[in-house]
Design a protein around this ligand. Structure first.
Ligand SMILES: C[S@@+](CC[C@H](N)C(=O)[O-])C[C@H]1O[C@@H](n2cnc3c(N)ncnc32)[C@H](O)[C@@H]1O
Length: 213
């Protein structure tokens, strides 16, 4: 609804995309619809789960690079993420969960795709198959929610995140990420008033958002 974003300087070695944004990617439109128009239904849920189930093996083999991990670690470091009860939504095959589990004790990874969850390394936190549009979590039960290249469901994030909780949003391919929103769009999509710090590292961009108290 409303919000401010303070951009930090790019981390050393951050790469900004030279190509135009990937607006033609079909997930681009879905991402905007889900964030702003509630564009999620049973048919879309089924298709997205099938898509990522079918991609799980290839995704696990090819997507865990240092360039992609850099934007996650920078978000956690320069975004001053406190941890607490941490839930990663759309955790996929665990690239982000590994970093969370290395820093915080109480980490749950949630994903729609069973195959993605099955490909995650064994040490990276508890895993739950679930839909982020209807989270199997109590209201006010998470101190940190992290989404890496994942659809934003604003109402559920607002419900589940504690009053002083932090939302970590990462696009590991910055503007070229198919599931992409700029930090300004993230804070605009969330109900109420939010403030965020944002940055770029590796090939990606991130923000850490919290409610204005
Ligand atoms: C682009 S992948 C990103 C995976 C991982 N975060 C990464 O960056 O490597 C998107 C992930 O979000 C999951 N996902 C999509 N819609 C979801 C939903 N409604 N609830 C939970 N997970 C969802 C997909 O199954 C997939 O694993």
């Amino acid at each position: 609804m409303a919000g401010t974003v303070a951009w930090l300087e790019d981390a050393p070695g951050a790469v900004r995309p030279s190509a135009p944004e990937g607006d033609e990617h079909p997930m681009r439109k879905v991402t905007k619809q889900v964030a702003f128009d509630g564009g999620w239904d049973e048919e879309r849920r089924r298709k997205v789960a099938e898509l990522f189930d079918s991609m799980a093996a290839e995704w696990t083999a090819s997507h865990n690079s240092a360039e992609r991990r850099a934007s996650i670690s920078d978000a956690l470091d320069r975004g001053a993420v406190r941890g607490g009860r941490v839930v990663e939504l759309g955790s996929g095959s665990g690239m982000g969960t590994e970093q969370l589990a290395a820093r915080f004790d109480d980490v749950v990874a949630l994903d729609l795709s069973l195959q993605m969850l099955l490909h995650a390394p064994p040490a990276s936190g508890a895993r739950v198959q679930g839909d982020s549009s209807t989270l199997p979590l109590r209201s006010d039960s998470a101190d940190t929610l992290m989404l890496v290249n994942m659809l934003l469901f604003p109402a559920e994030i607002n419900r589940v995140l504690s009053t002083d909780g932090q939302l970590v949003w990462v696009n590991t391919g910055a503007e070229l990420t198919p599931i992409h929103l700029m930090p300004e769009e993230v804070v605009r999509a969330l109900p109420g008033e939010w403030t965020a710090v944002a940055g770029r590292a590796g090939a990606g961009l991130w923000c850490v958002a919290s409610r204005v108290s």
